[in-house]
Design a protein around this ligand. Structure first.
Ligand code: FAE
Length: 547
C-alpha cells in the first residue's frame, strides 16, 4: 500500500484528499456538480446515437476505465472518437427520483437481463435472499462463465458504476509480478500518479474515521488484525470523502450511508461519468451511443475496419443493426467482453490473423469472500458505510490482501466481512464452442482452494486469537467461503502476448486492446487504478507513434 499513513494536511487545513480532488480541475468541478443531482446528462444524449453507415476515425468498444482514458486522451490530441456501450446511459431518474436502486431493495434497474437477483451474498442466517426482478438492462451483470460468476458493471462508466471505488496502487515490490514487461519507474513516476489524479482518489480523514459510527466495522477489523499481528492499512477510494462526512452529519442525501453500492451510487462516488468521461465529453470530440453492442469487427476493403453494432432496447432485443466504418478500433469491453469478442472474431474468420495468445491468461484476481462471527461485545454497527476504507495486508507472508468490507444490512449482525485478493497461480482460457456458437471459459471452482488457503493465513489466525468462528450462513447453508465468483476479471488478451507491449493487437495494425484484458490475471490489490494507469501509458505511446 502506498497510502498507509494519515493524509497530510496542507497549510490551510485542506487535507491531502481534498487537494487531490482539487487538482482534477474539471474532474473536481464535475464531482461537485454531481452531488445533488447524481450523474450529469451526457453530451451523447444530445448528439444522438451513431447512424448506420457512419464513418469515424476511432471507435471505442465500451466505456469503462480503459475506454474512458483512451477517449479523453485521443480527444485532447484532436481526434474525434465515438464510444459504443452496450449498457444504459444511467442519466435519468426512475419513478422514485433516483437513478440507481438500493442494495437492500434490488429492482428492475439492478441486474443485466435476469429475472431473479444473483446476490454475491446469497444467504443470510442460511436463508436464500435472492428475489424476482423484472428483466431489464440493469447495471450489474452476474455473468455465468462456466464454473465462475463474473460480476461486471453495465452502462456508461462500466465497472465504475457498481464498484466500491477502492483505488489501490499496488506495492512497488509486487509490480514485477503484475506486469512484467512494463517499466516500473515509468508507472510509479508518471502513470500511477496521472491515473490517481484523473480518478480523483483520496483517503478517509483518519480523525473522522476514529469517531464515525459508520466505520465501527472497520475499527473492529483493525483491532482484530492488529491483535493477530497483521498490518492494517487505510485504502484510498474515489468516493467524495467530504460528502460522506456530510452524509453522516445529516446535511445531504445519503448514498454510502444508505448502503448504496452494488446497484449504483446516487451521490458521492466519483464514477467515470464524473471524472474521465465528463472531461472527454467536454472536449466536444467524444460522443457515446448507449445501448449499442458491438458484435463484429473486420478489416474494411478500403482500409480501416467494418464494425457491426446492434442497438438494443431494455429487454435486450435488437432494434437496429448498424454497420459503421472506423479508422481504428479500441477494445475496451472489459476482460470478459474483450476476450469473448476477440475469441469469437478469430474463430469465425472475421479476424483470423489474431495470434494464439488471444483468450489466454485469464484470472480472477484470486477473489474469495468470507465472514466471521464476532462476540456480542464486538458489534460491527447497524450503520455501515458501503464504501470500504481499509484492508489487512498479508501479501508477502501469506499471499492475501483482504479488504475489510461492509455488510450494510441496516441491522447489527456481529459479523465481520472480507473480500480477499490472493496470489492464485491458476489461469483459465476462453475457447470457441462451435456447436453452441458461444465462447466458454475453462475456469474450475476447485482452483479457488488455493485462494481459500491464502485467505486462511489471515482469518484462521484471527479466529484463533479472538476465539471466534467463520460465518457459515452467507453463501449457503453451512458454507464458509464465497468461492463461486469474482469482481475482478483480468486477462484474456495479455500485454506482450496477444498484443505488443502497448496493446496493439498482433496481426491488425489499427486494432488495440486497452482494458483489464491486458493484465495477466492478478494485480495483488483491487485492479482499476492499474487498469487506468496502464491505459494512460499505452495511449500516450499510441498517440505519439501511431497517430
Ligand atoms: P469495464 O469497466 O468492465 O468496462 C467495460 C464496458 O464495456 C462495460 O460498460 C460493458 O457494458 C461494455 N461492453 C462489454 N461488451 C461490449 C460490447 N460488445 N459492445 C459494447 N460495449 C460492451 O472494463 N475494482 C477496484 O479497483 N476497486 C473496487 O473497489 C472494485 N469493486 C468492485 C465491485 C464490484 C461489485 C465489481 C463488479 C467490480 C469491482 N471492481 C473494483 C472491479 C473494477 O470495476 C473492474 O476491474 C473495472 O471496471 C474493469 O475496467 P475495464 O476498463 O477493464
Amino acid at each position: 500500500m502506498r497510502q498507509t499513513t494519515p493524509a497530510p494536511r496542507s497549510p490551510k487545513g485542506v487535507s491531502r484528499r481534498r487537494f487531490i480532488a482539487g487538482t482534477g480541475s474539471l474532474a473536481g468541478t464535475v464531482a461537485l456538480a454531481g452531488r445533488a443531482a447524481a450523474a450529469p446528462r451526457t453530451a451523447a444524449a444530445a448528439a444522438g446515437p451513431i447512424a448506420d453507415g457512419a464513418r469515424v476515425p476511432v471507435l471505442i468498444v465500451g466505456t469503462g476505465y480503459g475506454g474512458s482514458v483512451a477517449a479523453l486522451r485521443l480527444a485532447q490530441a484532436g481526434v474525434d472518437v465515438h464510444m459504443a456501450e452496450m449498457g444504459m446511459a444511467w442519466d435519468t431518474p426512475g419513478t422514485d427520483g433516483k437513478i440507481f436502486a438500493n442494495t437492500t431493495s434490488p429492482d428492475y434497474r439492478s441486474y443485466w437481463l435476469r429475472t431473479r437477483t444473483k446476490q454475491p451474498l446469497s444467504n443470510f442466517l442460511g436463508f436464500p435472499i435472492d428475489r424476482d426482478v423484472p428483466r431489464y438492462t440493469g447495471v450489474l451483470d452476474a455473468e455465468e462463465m462456466g464454473e465462475i460468476t463474473v460480476y461486471q458493471g453495465r452502462g456508461v462508466g462500466g465497472g465504475s458504476l457498481v464498484n466500491g471505488g477502492m483505488a489501490v496502487t499496488p506495492k512497488r515490490e509486487n509490480f514485477g509480478g503484475i506486469l512484467p514487461t512494463v517499466n516500473a519507474d515509468d508507472m510509479y513516476g508518471t502513470y500511477y500518479p496521472r491515473a490517481n489524479a484523473g480518478l480523483g482518489v483520496g483517503t478517509v480523514d483518519p480523525d473522522w474515521f476514529e469517531t464515525a459510527d459508520c466505520y465501527q466495522y472497520a475499527r473492529v477489523g483493525r483491532k482484530h488484525a492488529e491483535r493477530s499481528g497483521f498490518p492494517f492499512v487505510f485504502v484510498p477510494d474515489v468516493y467524495d470523502w467530504d460528502y460522506m462526512e456530510q452524509e453522516a452529519a445529516g446535511t445531504v442525501p445519503k448514498s454510502a450511508l444508505a448502503g448504496e453500492i452494488l446497484y449504483g451510487n446516487n451521490y458521492g462516488k466519483k464514477s467515470l461519468q464524473k471524472t474521465y468521461l465528463a472531461r472527454a465529453l467536454a472536449t466536444g470530440r467524444v460522443s457515446i451511443s448507449a445501448q449499442h453492442k458491438v458484435t463484429s469487427v473486420t478489416p474494411a476493403a478500403g482500409g480501416g475496419f467494418t464494425v457491426v453494432i446492434e442497438q438494443i432496447d431494455t429487454t435486450g432485443a435488437t432494434t437496429a443493426t448498424k454497420t459503421v466504418t472506423a479508422g481504428r478500433v479500441f477494445f475496451a469491453a472489459g476482460s470478459v467482453g474483450t476476450s469473448k469478442l476477440l475469441v469469437r472474431l478469430k474463430a469465425t474468420g472475421a479476424l483470423p490473423g489474431l495470434n494464439d495468445r488471444v483468450g489466454k491468461g485469464w484470472g480472477d484476481n484470486g477473489n474469495v469472500m468470507c465472514g466471521r462471527a464476532n462476540h456480542l461485545w464486538d458489534p460491527t454497527g447497524a450503520l455501515q458505510s458501503s464504501i470500504p476504507c481499509s484492508g489487512i495486508d498479508n501479501w508477502t507472508a501469506g499471499g492475501a490482501f483482504a479488504e475489510v468490507a461492509p455488510l450494510p444490512t441496516g441491522i447489527e449482525t456481529y459479523a465481520s466481512f472480507y473480500l480477499s485478493i490472493t496470489d492464485t497461480p491458476h489461469r483459465a482460457e476462453f475457447g470457441w464452442d462451435a456447436a453452441a456458437g458461444a465462447v466458454r471459459l475453462n475456469w474450475q471452482t476447485a482452483w479457488k482452494q488455493a485462494s481459500i488457503d491464502m485467505a486462511k493465513t489471515i482469518f484462521d489466525k484471527i479466529n484463533s486469537t479472538e476465539g471466534t468462528i467463520y460465518r457459515t450462513d452467507l453463501f449457503g447453508t453451512y458454507k464458509i467461503w464465497g468461492d463461486h465468483l469474482t469482481y475482478h476479471p483480468l486477462g484474456g488478451a495479455v500485454l506482450g502476448e496477444a498484443t505488443d507491449n502497448y496493446g496493439r493487437l498482433h496481426g491488425y495494425p489499427g486494432l488495440y486492446v486497452i482494458d483489464g484484458a491486458l493484465i495477466p490475471g492478478n494485480t495483488s490489490v483491487n485492479p482499476f487504478v492499474t487498469i487506468t494507469a496502464l491505459a494512460e501509458r499505452n495511449i500516450e505511446k499510441i498517440i505519439d507513434v501511431d497517430l
